[in-house]
Design a protein around this ligand. Structure first.
Ligand SMILES: COC(=O)N1C[C@@H]2C[C@@H]3O[C@]2(Cc2nccnc23)C1
Length: 130
């Protein structure tokens, strides 16, 4: 009903704000756009479910997320993919893994500090009812 649409509109505002803050963080530049398959042809062979912050922002606007949990699942894809595709000891792999871990920690800290528990429960109840 109307109250549910008001809740989901507020969810989208929150998720857009978090996504834009992550996208503006210089550490996370590699995570802002899809990995270029022409530059990195084997990427899609190794990583079955690519994800990036621009795709997440598009999904927010397409009303794909009804809960913060679904949003965090996509952010978790970003950093887990980076750890999986960049496992070596060379400095470039170590740098992107460090940034992947920072993306994980930053996202989870924002959610912990800024998501109201009661608001989250209402979103989860809307998801269960659909
Ligand atoms: C989230 O980003 C990544 O997992 N990667 C892995 C790719 C390997 C390396 O860095 C990436 C892009 C790239 N392009 C050209 C040549 N080499 C690279 C970014």
């Amino acid at each position: 009903e109307e109250q549910e649409e008001d809740t989901l509109r507020e969810l989208r505002l929150f998720l857009r704000n978090v996504t834009e803050r992550l996208s503006q963080d210089k550490r996370f530049k590699a995570f802002t756009k899809p990995v270029d398959i022409e530059e990195v042809p084997d990427y899609i062979k190794v990583i079955r479910h690519p994800m990036d912050l621009s795709t997440i922002l598009s999904k927010v606007d397409l009303h794909k997320y009804v809960t913060v949990r679904e949003f965090v699942n996509d952010v978790d894809l970003i950093w887990k993919n980076a750890l999986e595709y960049n496992p070596d000891s060379d400095p470039s792999d170590r740098q992107i893994r460090h940034r992947a871990c920072a993306l994980k920690d930053t996202t989870h800290a924002i959610i912990r500090d800024e998501l109201d528990e009661d608001f989250n429960r209402i979103c989860e109840q809307i998801r269960e009812a659909r």
